[in-house]
Design a protein around this ligand. Structure first.
Ligand SMILES: [Zn+2]
Length: 191
């Protein structure tokens, strides 16, 4: 199994995990910033992480790997490749998580639900419900990065490659502001 240090190294080298002084969309400040999509820019990283995430579910007869669009699509694809399983993704239609595009699940199929990052786990819980409604069996959850602080219970086994808690500060009480370091808005083209 890949170590936490190896996962962190992959995220840092691909620019998915930045260190600095950031102004978040919430208005709070932080000293780290994660944009998981940046690690999935690189097929070799996506493949490696998918292979590692699949380890926990090898030889368990997983028929289908499913993830919520957008973040879950590439992860599902790579985990599905590693498990030799079919891959689907869910999308929102009028706010409700659903299977579109003629994708189908059959009653009794064993389904692994995957996602790139979870904070509240809301999307993953909705995907689990979609799977159940179609009569298939959600047998586990696999995520690249768990930012929940270990607070989520999906009611089924759940594995993550990286547990990451990013501390954030009220700008009025931000230690980096106090040091006079300028805060940047991550993802903006002009800083
Ligand atoms: Zn600050």
């Amino acid at each position: 199994m890949i170590t936490t240090e190896e996962v962190l190294k992959i995220f840092e080298e691909s620019g998915a995990l930045l260190k600095g002084h950031f102004r978040l969309t919430s208005g709070r400040h932080s000293n780290r910033y994660m944009q998981c999509a940046k690690v999935l820019q690189y097929p070799q990283h996506a493949g490696r992480l998918g292979e590692e995430l699949a380890q926990a579910w090898k030889n368990q007869g997983i028929d289908v790997v499913i993830g919520p669009a957008m973040g879950g699509i590439i992860v599902a694809h790579e985990v599905g490749r590693a498990l030799g399983a079919k891959v689907l993704f869910t999308e929102r239609e009028n706010g409700a998580m659903t299977l579109r595009r003629g994708f189908e699940l059959s009653p009794g199929q064993k389904v692994l639900v995957v996602e790139d990052v979870i904070t509240t786990g809301g999307s993953v819980k909705e995907v689990i419900e979609v799977v159940r409604k179609l009569g298939a069996e959600p047998v586990g959850v696999g995520v690249l990065v768990d930012r929940s602080g270990g607070t989520i219970d999906f009611g089924i086994p759940h594995v993550s490659l990286l547990k990451l808690e990013i501390e954030s500060f009220d700008p009025e009480a931000c230690p980096l502001c106090e040091e006079g370091i300028p805060a940047i808005k991550p993802g903006s083209r002009s800083i």
